[in-house]
Design a protein around this ligand. Structure first.
Ligand code: ADP
Length: 447
């Protein structure tokens, strides 16, 4: 019998880890399970968890495929009989006018038969806020932020009611700042008003944590919600207080001994990741910057595999990234010349990075793996057949320390491009070493 209270479907694996991390921080036993894990395996891994987040990697897929995979994942979750379901996407609303956030919400509404849900993209803790339907990253409108230059989903429209409306045939309405500010009852009434007016999705403004809490009170009984990971910061406490969910004791995350060094793979072009790579360079870490166009052509230097494995054998961190000399524009020019879309070029780069990671790990099993970039993490996780992750404490907001559920257990951190402080890589490596135990200690702890 499953103990799953809440099940969520995330459009990428770093996002899944972000949400599961928020829930784990608030006392839920949480796991991320990839949608390619066999159903029986999923049930075994999910059995002891309060929260199960399925990573679908649908963010950049064709609409039809994203719809089918999200619908299948929701059906899989329903087989665990959770009391609440959610669709998780990025707090910078990463998507194109064609999809896939609206498509994923459609799939969840169709799979559950629900007629109404909310969309809560804001994440005030990371300064992603929504005001009168317009989305902000820090002080800037989304369309003025660095997200405007994202290689796969450049965000050029900050009006999320308009943007989401292009992705779904359902009607989208807004619960605006004054209604949100007026508190939970006003939010519930606004949702009812929108539903009576024929809206199936209510986009919720939210500019601070107090409003996030009011929203949590208002939506805590909805069977299906959608949004960033923000609701994960408030709903567990509300569910606990209103008696919907009772926490059980949660064990500490412990990684078995074995493995050397920490392998870091970054395919993220985001500003935060670039400053983290600069931090690693300043601290003298070995870094391999590989030509992005060569990676898009599916090739990487065999020499890199050998040298990276040697570095790991010495017990050091080793960072593999893509060079910024072949920036997004050059990669796009190359893609056009070869009749690939920007998304296909990005996928080719991620897949080559994933093969490279597999080759390095074949030569030397690392003590841990850190992956920066949502698409990149999905490619690496799937190529390495890691299957699922048990979620531990946060290294930085939105980036928990994890342990792979497939054997042999590997300590991991999956970081969305925009997340993490400048010294994130340093602290993530420390956290990975911190949960490792030698055999004797481990046996004592398990006894
Ligand atoms: P983020 O979380 O920062 O958005 P992702 O991994 O989701 O990172 O997306 C970055 C995409 O850009 C991936 O598909 C990756 O393969 C691709 N990419 C990596 N390096 C480059 C580069 N130098 N130029 C263009 N695209 C790149």
């Amino acid at each position: 019998m499953s103990s799953t209270f809440v099940g969520a479907v995330a459009d990428d694996d770093t996002g899944a880890a972000d949400l599961a991390g928020m829930l784990a921080e608030r006392g839920m036993r949480a796991a991320v399970i990839l949608d390619n894990a066999p159903p029986q395996q999923l049930r075994t891994w999910a059995a002891e968890c309060d929260a199960v987040v399925i990573g679908t990697a649908t963010r950049s897929m064709a609409r039809n495929e994203a719809y089918t995979r999200t619908r299948t994942a929701i059906q899989t979750l329903r087989s665990l009989s959770p009391q609440r379901l959610a669709v998780k996407y990025c707090s910078t609303f990463d998507s194109t006018p064609e999809g896939n956030i609206g498509v994923s919400i459609d799939a969840a509404l169709d799979a559950t038969g629900e007629r109404f849900t909310v969309a809560l993209p804001a994440l005030p803790a990371l300064r992603r806020t929504t005001y009168m339907g317009y989305h902000f990253v820090g002080d800037q409108l989304l369309s003025d932020s660095s997200m405007r230059h994202h290689p796969l989903n450049p965000m050029s429209n900050s009006n999320l009611v308009a943007h989401l409306s292009t992705q779904t045939s359902r009607r989208v309405g807004l619960v605006s700042y004054p209604e949100i500010k007026a508190g939970p009852d006003a939010i519930r009434s606004a949702c009812q008003r929108l539903q009576s007016a024929g809206c199936a999705i209510a986009l919720l403004d939210c500019v601070d944590d107090q409003q996030l809490h009011s929203i949590g009170e208002a939506i805590c009984n909805l069977p299906l919600i959608s949004g960033s990971s923000a609701w994960g910061m408030v709903l567990p406490d509300i569910w606990r207080q209103n008696g919907s969910w009772t926490p059980s004791t949660r064990g500490e995350l412990v990684a078995p001994p074995g493995g050397r060094g920490v392998l870091l793979i970054s395919g993220s072009c985001s500003q935060a990741t670039q400053s983290q790579i600069a931090w690693a360079a300043q601290n003298g870490w070995p870094i391999f910057s590989l030509d992005a166009i060569a990676l898009a052509r599916s090739s990487f230097p065999a020499e890199t595999v050998r040298r990276a494995a040697e570095i790991l054998m010495r017990g050091e961190p080793c960072l593999i990234t893509t060079t910024r000399e072949s920036g997004a524009d050059e990669v796009q020019d190359w893609a056009m010349q070869h009749r690939f879309s920007a998304v296909e070029a990005g996928e080719r780069i991620s897949e080559t990075l994933a093969r490279l990671a597999a080759d390095i790990m074949h030569r030397c099993t690392p003590a841990g793996l850190i992956i920066a970039g949502g698409e990149t993490a999905s490619a690496v996780m799937r190529t390495l057949k890691l299957g699922g992750l048990l979620i531990g404490p946060a290294i930085d907001p939105g980036v928990p320390l994890c342990l792979s559920l497939a054997e042999p257990a590997l300590a991991l951190a999956l970081k969305s491009g925009n997340f993490g402080a400048e010294d994130f890589f340093g602290r993530a490596v420390q956290a990975i070493h911190g949960i490792r135990r030698d055999s004797a200690t481990l046996q004592k702890e398990l006894a």
